[in-house]
Ligand binder design. Sequence first.
Ligand code: TRP
Length: 334
Amino acid sequence: MAKQIILTGDRPTGPLHIGHYVGSLANRVALQDECSQFVMIADVQALTDNAENPQKVRENILELALDYLAVGIDPKKTTILVQSFLPELFELTCYYLNLVTWNRLKHNPTVKLEIRQKGFGENVPAGFMIYPVSQAADITAFKADLVPVGEDQLPVLEQTIEIVRKFNRTYQTNVLVEPKALVPSIGRLVGTDGKAKMSKSLGNTIFLSDEADVVAQKVKGMYTDPKHLRVEDPGQVEGNPVFIYLDAFDPDKKALEEMKAHYQKGGLGDVVVKKRLLDVLQNFLTPIREKRKKFAQDPSFVLQILSEGTKKARETTSKTLQEVRKAMLLDYKF
Ligand code: TRP
């Protein structure tokens, strides 16, 4: 049987955090052995809301690649590529735009939420409005079967599936492949402040590249159960970010269950629980930080990885584009 194909990506707009790890990076590292995996540095998508900030996007390309390599995405197993060097993707986007209604785009829940979060008001860049179509091009160009994404990206993936069906129906073909989302069972990781989402703009993140003292400071300041005032008080575990992180990262599940029971009963202070979380996080982050520093010493080596990956990726995207053009009767023999 042919290997399953995976495509996923990130906008190079800032460092990745432990929420990205739980949401998608962990799956990518786990699946790279058995699948044929492509990971995209989505610089063109980053520009949809950073047109005035090209320098920021450019700088973060290397930073993102360093985060990938640091968590164990292995360029021998995974093809890492840079979106803007694959013109086929933008041609595909153009064709797909005719298969999507403006009304459907306006009602995409992910896009609606991001418009609110970014404070665009009435002034949403058109490129941003259509990014789900561009993402459909990313995914279908590689004929991806699986897309590891966080929960919040599900409506975007749903739109890809609609485009695939419409394309194949309209042009009576089976060129495009319907992808499946791969969402982690643990769900999205809340911020250190207990708010719904870990996000750079909310200042509630722990970055994969944070130094040890920064991690310590962030864990110390974490929100817990506000009603757990004295050590003797019973504490709440559900929705408590310290326990949510322990659930995600503590390898000793048995000790964790005991700790939860003790906390709920009363008699276990936040300081002790946070100390455990800090140990767990440092154990997880220290090797990542060290690996990242090692790669950061040799940026030209990292750029070489991106260049080779992009070249390899282009073999796939140009083949798909040819098939798409043929299905659309655009294969004129001049
Ligand atoms: N939109 C994704 C995000 O914000 C990033 C992304 C770009 C992506 N292209 C992709 C994700 C293709 C999956 C597949 O996280």
